[in-house]
Structure formats: C-alpha cells, structure tokens
Design a protein around this ligand. Structure first.
Ligand code: SF4
Length: 419
C-alpha cells in the first residue's frame, strides 16, 4: 500500500528567487547519494568542454561533490555564477541537496512537514523574489523524494497538546508583531521573557486552554513592561568567555574543516583558546566572518561607543524568528531533537548571538552603528548553525543555553549593549 503524502506547510513569511550569487556552491559541501552520483556520471554532455568526470569525494564515509582549487563546486561556472548541470540539463537533474537549498524541510506533526527558507542564502535575507508558496509543486516533489515522516514525539512536546503548543506560538508571534515599534533589544528580550514564562507555567496549566487564553493578555502585558526596564548589571569574565566560545561555535564552518592541514588545526585550536580572552578573530572559524579581533570589536562595552541602529535594519532577524515559529521549526528535528521549550529558549537567545556577530561585522567596517548589511551577515551566520551544526548538537551547548537563562540573559544583553 502506498504511504499517504504528508501535508506540506510552506512559510507564508518568506520569499525567494535565486540571485545566482554562487555562495551555496562555494561555501557548502554538497552531499550525494550513490544513486545520484551514478545518475550524474551517466549524463551525456556531448562535446561540452571541461566537464569534470571525477566529480565526487568521500568525507567521513559519505559522498560529496568535489571542490575545485578555487573552493567552489567543480560544476560551478565561475564566469556566470551558475551550476553547469542546471544550465545544461535543468533544475530537475540536479542532486536533491542542490535542488533543496535554501529550503529547510522538517517533519513536524505526524503526517505533516513544514518548509522554511534558510537565512544563510543572500536572496532569502533580502526577501527577494516571489513567496515560497509559489514553488509549491517543486517543494512537494522534494518532500516526497525525501520521504520525511514521523512527527514530534511526546518527549519533545513536553506533555503539551497540539492546541496548547499552537496557542503559545500564536501568542509569541503576536507579541513580536505588536512590538514592532520597540527598540530591537527590548523586542527580542520580551520574546525571551515570554518564552520563559510560558515554560514556567507547566504543562497542566498550558493544556487548560480556556485558562491559558484568559491569562495570555496579562502575561504579555507584564512581559512588555518588564522587557523595557533598565538593567545595570552586566556579566562577569567567566560568562564573557563562555559567550565568546558560544559565538565561535556558531561561526565554525565544517566545510572548511574537511581537509585541514596541521597548520590549520594548530591555528584553530589556538584561536578557540584565545576567544575566551577576546583574542583572535572569527575569520579563523570560516572565511565569511570578520577578520577583526573580538577585543577590537568591543563586544562587551555595554554599547558605549555604539550608536543605536535604525529599527528597520533588524527586519531580517524578525523574519527569522517568525518563520521558525510559524514552522514550527525550533524544536524536534529542527533543533537537535530537543523538547519544545529548550528549542524555544535557543531561538530567543539567538538575539544575543546575532547582536554580537553584527557588532563584529560593523566594527570591521570601522562603523559605530549596526546597519542592514551587518544584520544580514549575522542572521546568515547564526541561522546557518541554528539546529544544523554537528558541533552544537552536543549536550554541552544546552548547558550554555541554560547558563544564559533567567536574569543572566538580561545581564548578557546589558554587557552586549542591547540595541
Ligand atoms: S546562496 Fe541563494 S541566491 Fe546564492 S546561488 Fe545559492 S540559492 Fe542562489
């Protein structure tokens, strides 16, 4: 009997049309199945010149497209920024990973999957192109090909019913939308506070929908008031060291660790040790990151020396939060199989990481104010690993998220200087 097709929810908040920047073909290692490798090897290129015949490489037992000496995929046409397979044979012939990017397809409720667009794609950052939904037919074909199945487990739902989860998500979405006029730091901290307060209510309370709906307005009002309160205390040296290592872990690009030389290994190890003291730059973790040292970027100056950004510069960040909530793609398979409130806290804490990364990017430009380009870089850098990093899946990093829970998160934002 044929398995029934999953219901596919596509983000209504995101747009995408490839701008042929070639970033994904240069920056990522693309996984291939043996069947795909065989199919691509059999393509008839006729008399086309310079077609790579030996196009696969093996890493950790898996097949990937080989990289040219320039760092890009061997099929990337550097003169046009386009994929040669796509140019010659069309989209449908490409490997599934290539066709799928920048879509992130995740199993959510039993029999359902959701699709959001990854914010490490420049076109998605700019929200350029038609709504994702326009591409529904191709997306549904990819979902079928992937065979995504399953759904949130009872452990991931923390005892909550679907209605309760969706009610909490609607409340958080409404809070973010209503707070559009607030400074970015206050808006983001309000989101964090609300997530933590919903967690504190516990599953019995949250599953009582009529009571939950009654308390939501007052809970959100208190959150808005508390998020605007001035805070004086920052974090100490230990938490600063933890924060720098946390940021570096998000900036670590496994693509560049594929064939490290001894020198690369030594430099990375020394950098990881140095980050604790503010030494070294994020560039060592990936070539897209700023080369300025963390100390020179003035991360923990409580905002002194920084001019507040225009609120509009942060639009891309709110789109990230809202799309992940809408998925929902912030827990379960979308975040290391973690429970609902663990993933929600990590999503809310992404503001601190994005702020720190944006500060580094702006400091590299010698600017004293975060602009749209800095937020775009930072959202791309952090979203790249949000739930997708082989390193960040380890429990140690959940302990770091716990470390920056409660009042210490407000202190972290005070040290970072809010926005
Ligand atoms: S990164 Fe995005 S815009 Fe650039 S080539 Fe890849 S899919 Fe297209």
């Amino acid at each position: 009997m044929m398995a029934s097709r999953p219901k596919v929810h596509i983000s209504r908040r995101q747009r995408y049309a490839c701008i042929l920047c070639g970033r994904c073909c240069r920056r990522f290692h693309v996984l291939l199945t043996p069947v795909e490798a065989e199919r691509l090897a059999a393509l008839d290129w006729g008399d086309a010149e310079g077609v790579p015949r030996d196009f696969t490489t093996r890493l950790h037992g898996h097949l990937y497209f080989r990289r040219a000496p320039t760092g890009g995929c061997v099929f990337l046409d550097e003169s046009t920024g386009a994929c040669r397979i796509h140019q010659r044979f069309g989209l449908a012939v490409k490997a599934l990973t290539c066709r799928g990017y920048p879509h992130n397809i995740a199993s959510t409720w039993p029999g359902e999957v959701s699709v959001v667009a990854r914010m490490d794609c420049p076109a998605v950052q700019r929200n350029a192109g038609p709504p994702l939904e326009t591409n529904r037919a191709a997306i549904e074909r990819m979902v079928t090909e992937l065979g995504t199945s399953g759904g949130f487990t009872g452990r991931q739902l923390e005892g909550l019913s679907r209605d309760a989860v969706e009610t909490v998500i609607r409340a958080l979405t409404g809070l973010l939308e209503d707070a559009a006029d607030l400074p970015p730091g206050t808006r983001a901290y309000g989101f964090f506070l609300a997530a933590e307060r919903f967690r504190a209510l516990g599953s019995s309370f949250l599953n009582d929908l009529s009571t939950l709906r009654q308390v939501i307005p007052s809970l959100l009002e208190r959150v808005k008031r508390d998020a605007s309160r001035r805070r004086d205390h920052g974090i100490g040296w230990f938490s600063r060291a933890v924060c720098r290592e946390w940021l570096a872990a998000y900036c670590r690009r496994d693509e560049e660790l594929a064939h490290p030389s001894l020198r690369d290994r030594v430099v990375r190890t020394a950098s990881l040790a140095g980050y604790a003291f503010g030494l070294g730059s994020l560039r060592v973790m990936g070539s897209e990151h700023p080369a300025i040292s963390l100390r020179a970027a003035r991360l923990f100056t409580r905002g002194r020396g920084w001019t507040p950004s225009d609120h509009a510069a942060w639009e891309c960040y709110w789109r990230l939060l809202l799309a992940r909530l809408e998925g929902p793609q912030f827990f379960g398979v979308a975040y290391y199989d973690t429970p609902l409130f663990t993933g929600l806290r990590a999503l809310a804490q992404s503001y601190a990481l994005v702020l720190a990364a944006a500060r580094c990017h702006a400091a590299e430009r010698n600017a004293d104010r975060i602009e749209t380009e800095d937020v775009h870089y930072a959202v791309g850098a952090i979203d790249h690993c949000l739930g997708r990093s082989p390193l960040l899946q380890f429990r140690l990093w959940r302990l770091v998220e716990d470390h920056f829970s409660g009042v210490r998160y407000a202190r972290l934002l005070t040290s970072l200087g809010w926005e």
